[in-house]
Ligand binder design. Structure first.
Ligand code: NAD
Length: 478
């Protein structure tokens, strides 16, 4: 047992996983527990040459994997889902320690459960050949073929679920995949890949551990035909530039700044809990979280009060604490962004309803749920992506103004409208976002396509559209 890994001495289920991926020794980059900042293990630091070898191995393995056919690949993906479930508690605990999210609430156990669900859906979704023409003039069909090697580059907020989103459909369609996890959440992803590789043939799914240099090489690699990228808009732009070299197809799930609009017909008490989780799921570190809330003047105070009451009842703490449903920020850089945006809003005269200063008693990177009222568009907390537990609540009196505000930024991942369903649907049709939820925010489903518009990226994941996005169309004419 390494002196660097004191937590392992407890022989928790995640300790075995860490040993299995070789992260329990002293080699590699030290990985802190997000809550306690103690070292939990060491992540390998791989070179560009090792990445190139991984791509070569995946490329060699691809034809045989494609040759297995849909039925056999689906069977293996279903077995992979079972393997995730068998290791669910170990994965959830490791995720909780490395990422920071609590085991309970819509957090670590929920995330691992979603991995199994998405694998099963990718395994069972049918993508039929389309008959385009079948008459006296001829016959033509459109079908979807594997691309080859898919590069998957992910962020640190939902590292397991997003990895599965990126690779499940890709594998189903007969591609092999090379995964480059975020340097902040490498161990959880490597552990997930180890579990999946219990049932998958060798080299179908390979993880490489390293920083942006490896991501950059993966996205520009001449033998990568598709890049699934989830992360910031700034990195997404670099990946688009890289794709000029290899002409890789891209799916870009980028940053967001989702608006929610509460109409006069809404019932503040009835929506408060769902508004809260729409904004604060994963302690606000969620791409399609509610990041700015526009509330009609007639119920502004009631909504602020109802949200504050919900916030007061939600325990924050170390992720392994079974009572906690909110955790720390994952890393110092994100903590500083959130704290800085709140401090700036306060200086500009906004009202801090609850929170507003680090929860240092809980640990270094804990910041409490913070509701910021009497704030306007143009304030950085409204206009920039906070990606953390601070929600600006903006007052409006004309729905047209709220719609204009919602559309006023250059991102468009999600949005939500709250109130009478018919009224809300009419407003939704005017909003520029990949998904507009009615009376909820941020829920995703493995059969419902998900993706952004504007600077939130392009391409769709999930469902039949998700399978098409990791395939190349082929027409057979004649
Ligand atoms: P990030 O862009 O900093 O990093 C994401 C990944 O890209 C990491 O693995 C990183 O190593 C890699 N990378 C960095 N530079 C690279 C380069 N030049 N070429 C290739 N890869 C490179 O993002 P992050 O901070 O990890 O994640 C937070 C952001 O992700 C937020 O903006 C959030 O909104 C967004 N996000 C979006 C979605 C979505 O579905 N749209 C989901 C989750 C997170």
């Amino acid at each position: 047992m390494s002196k660097h890994t004191p937590v392992l001495q407890a022989e928790t289920p995640d300790a075995a996983l860490l040993r299995r991926i070789g992260a329990d020794g002293g080699d590699g980059r030290s990985v802190p527990d997000a809550a306690t900042r103690e070292t939990i293990g060491h992540a390998p630091v791989q070179s560009v040459a090792e990445l190139d070898q991984a791509v070569a191995r995946a490329r060699t393995a691809q034809p045989a994997w494609e040759g297995l056919g849909h039925a056999e690949r689906s069977r293996l993906l279903l077995a992979a889902a079972d393997a995730v479930e068998e290791n669910a508690e170990a994965l959830a605990r490791l995720l909780s320690r490395e990422q920071g999210k609590p085991l309970n609430g819509p957090n670590a156990r929920f995330e691992v459960g979603a991995c199994a669900a998405w694998l099963r859906t990718a395994a069972s979704t049918v993508l039929d050949t389309e008959v385009l023409l079948d008459d006296e003039t001829g016959h033509a069909e459109l079908s979807y073929r594997a691309i080859g090697v898919v590069g998957a580059i992910g962020p640190w907020n939902w590292p397991l679920m997003i990895t599965i989103w990126q690779v499940a459909a890709a594998l189903r369609m007969g591609n092999t995949a090379v995964v480059k996890p975020s340097e902040y959440t490498t161990l959880s992803v490597l552990a997930l890949l180890a579990v999946l590789n219990d049932v998958l043939p060798p080299d179908v799914l390979i993880g490489v551990s390293g920083d942006r240099e490896l991501g950059s090489r993966l996205s520009s690699h001449p033998h990568v035909g598709k890049v699934m990228f989830t992360g910031s808009t700034a990195t997404g732009r670099r990946i688009v530039e890289s794709s000029a070299q290899n002409l890789a197809r891209l799916t870009l799930e980028l940053g967001g700044n989702d608006a929610g609009i509460v109409l006069p017909s809404a019932d503040p008490a009835a929506i408060a809990q769902d508004l809260f989780w729409g904004a604060f799921i994963n302690t606000g570190q969620t791409c399609a979280a509610l990041k700015r809330l526009y509330v009609h003047d007639s119920l502004y105070d009631a909504v602020v009060d109802a949200l504050a009451a919900v916030a007061a009842a939600m325990p924050m703490g170390n992720g392994l604490d079974e009572d906690a449903v909110l955790g720390p920020l994952q890393n110092r850089a994100q903590f500083d962004i959130v704290a800085g945006l709140v401090d700036d809003a306060r200086r500009q005269g906004a009202r801090i309803v609850t929170g507003g200063a680090p929860a240092s008693d809980l640990g270094e990177l804990f910041y409490p749920v913070t509701l910021v009222a009497d704030i306007a568009d143009g304030t950085p907390l409204v206009d920039e992506e906070q990606f953390g537990p601070a929600l600006p609540i903006i007052r409006y009196s004309e729905v047209d103004d709220a719609v204009r505000s919602a559309n006023g930024l250059d991102v468009g991942l999600g949005a939500s409208v709250w109130g009478d369903r018919d009224e809300a649907r009419a407003v939704a049709a005017r909003i520029q976002a990949g998904t507009v939820w009615i009376n909820s925010h941020g829920g995703v489903h493995p059969m419902i396509p998900f993706g952004g518009v504007k600077s939130s990226g392009y391409g769709l994941e999930f469902g039949v559209e998700g399978l098409k996005s990791v395939a190349v169309p082929q027409v057979v004419n004649g």
